[in-house]
Write a protein that binds this ligand. Structure first.
Ligand SMILES: CC(C)[C@H](C(=O)O)[C@@H](O)C(=O)O
Ligand code: SF4
Length: 475
């Protein structure tokens, strides 16, 4: 009998083009997503070497990081110029390079435009069992559909464009098994924040994580994307969730998904993509779902997580000296004092968006809290930035835009927005933001900005109360 294999091993083995004795392998890449930040030098490299893009049909480009989220077309139908010269240069380069190299391109005014990790699944470009790369660390998100997806650097982007392969060393495998059901009002974002809090920001280093357990069987594809997206914040190379009927139902009929007999053949193959009984992981972690509460970060690493009912930790409580020093620095940056209850921390800004939490379910969850309520007087800005034009359109069809606008939110165009300070959406220095994004690093939302990572419902709760708040008190 064939040896029992993990899902990761199955996908890896199906893509090895050449195996070297030193452990490295050449892997075929099925899907390559391209955005404007990590591609200009890669295309330039091809140009200098006189090379073409090997498989434009397996490549898809979209601008997202630098695009402003204010209107892009004026009343006369003309494109509104990008003010920042660096942003403009990157966006212009992608707009030139994609057609020059024959790469399919969704431009900033296309209704399908959005964050690269939102549009991949949405277009059916992301498929179970495929290897997928992008010059972007949150490529892990696509593992939610059972794709082996990971971020690469610009020189690797050039390599994949030129050859459709990548030289890699096999990662170790890690199982995160979540046992039991999540309590009411606890979201996939709370779960992944809790997991990172438990295993640490380096807990997954060198590993590909597979998330297992009934919680994931019951979780929507949007929720799975939120979880897999943050695998990189646990240090992992990638995150995987085995594809199932929910995955197939999500993908069926999407523009780039297989059709007809190809679809049936694909589904038959995808059904084999699960970890065999008896397969061995290099590392296993068990998480009890009942322990997960609505969560919030207090520091400058995604591992700095506590339940919203908790307090800012005392740096002295960390056994490790370097952790103690890091916590002291974090508290100084965040303007917090040890022992302070998290739900007394006032916020001035709310950001609902990013590739972690900008899909339709995220907007529904936030709108459910905001309906009939208004932002607290202390809220200076509240942005809701749909992950794609199609999410935006769907939300508008459901009337969610009205709920957000009536509550005092700005309803924006799709893009990375305030997830990182690469476009005009920034949090002012020294001010505090409840954010549905994935990174609370120093300066992430702008120099001096203080970020608290939360779920969409928790961001909405913070908006209406003006402080970090337990969403369960508003239901
Ligand atoms: C700009 C890009 C390369 C970067 C990444 O790799 O993730 C960004 O998307 C981020 O989230 O920090
Ligand atoms: S939304 Fe944020 S995390 Fe996602 S790709 Fe954009 S900048 Fe990176």
């Amino acid at each position: 009998m064939a040896q029992a294999q993990t899902l990761y091993e199955k996908i890896w083995n199906a893509h090895v083009v050449d195996q070297r004795d030193d452990g490295t392998a050449i892997i075929f890449i099925d899907r390559h997503l391209v955005h404007e930040v990590t591609s200009p030098q890669a295309f330039e490299g091809l140009r200098m070497a006189g090379r073409k893009v090997r498989r434009p049909d397996l490549t898809l480009a979209v601008p997202d990081h630098n695009v402003p989220t204010t209107p892009r077309i004026d009343a006369q139908g003309n494109r509104i110029p990008i003010a920042d010269p660096e942003s403009r240069a990157q966006l212009d380069a992608l707009e030139r390079n994609a057609p020059a190299f024959g790469v399919p391109y969704i431009d900033a005014t296309d209704p399908r435009q959005g964050i690269v990790h939102v549009i991949g699944p949405e277009q059916g470009f992301t498929l179970p069992g495929c290897t997928m790369v992008c010059g972007d660390s949150h490529t892990a998100a696509h593992g939610a559909l059972g794709a082996l997806a990971f971020g690469i650097g610009t020189s690797e982007v050039e390599h994949v464009l030129a050859t459709q392969t990548l030289q890699l060393k096999r990662s170790k495998s890690m199982e995160i098994r979540v046992e039991g059901d999540l309590p009411p009002s606890v979201s996939p974002k709370d779960l992944i924040l809790h997991i990172i809090g438990q295993i640490g920001a380096a807990g997954g280093t060198g590993h590909v994580i597979e998330y297992r357990g009934e919680v994931f069987d019951q979780m929507s594809i949007e929720g799975r994307l939120t979880v897999a997206n943050m695998s990189i914040e646990a240090g992992a190379r990638a995150g995987l969730i085995a594809p199932d009927d929910a995955t197939f139902a999500y993908l069926k009929g999407r523009p780039m998904a297989p059709k007809g007999a190809d679809w049936d053949a694909a589904v038959a193959y995808w059904r084999t993509l699960k970890t065999d009984d008896g397969a061995v992981f290099d590392k296993s972690v068990v998480i009890k779902a009942a322990d997960v509460a609505p969560s919030v970060t207090w520091g400058t690493s995604p591992e700095d997580v506590v339940p919203i009912t908790g307090n800012v930790p005392d740096p002295q409580s960390f056994a490790d000296a370097s952790k103690r020093a890091a916590a002291e620095k974090s508290l100084a940056y965040m303007g917090l004092t040890a022992g302070m209850p998290l739900n007394e921390v006032a916020v001035e800004h709310i950001f609902i968006g990013s590739c972690t939490n900008s899909r339709i379910e995220d907007l529904r969850a936030a709108a459910a809290i905001l309906k009939g309520r208004h932002n607290a007087p202390g809220i200076k800005s509240a942005l809701v930035v749909p992950g794609s034009g199609l999410v935006k359109r769907q939300a508008e069809a459901e009337g969610l835009d009205r709920i957000f606008i009536d509550a005092g939110f700005e309803w924006r165009e799709p893009g990375c927005s305030a997830c990182l300070g690469m476009n005009p959406d920034k949090v002012p220095s020294g001010e505090r933001c409840a954010s549905t994004s994935n990174r609370n690093f120093v300066g992430r939302q702008g120099p001096g900005a203080r970020t608290h990572l939360v779920s969409p419902a928790m961001a909405a709760a913070a908006a209406v109360t003006g402080r970090l708040s337990d969403v369960r008190t508003l239901i």
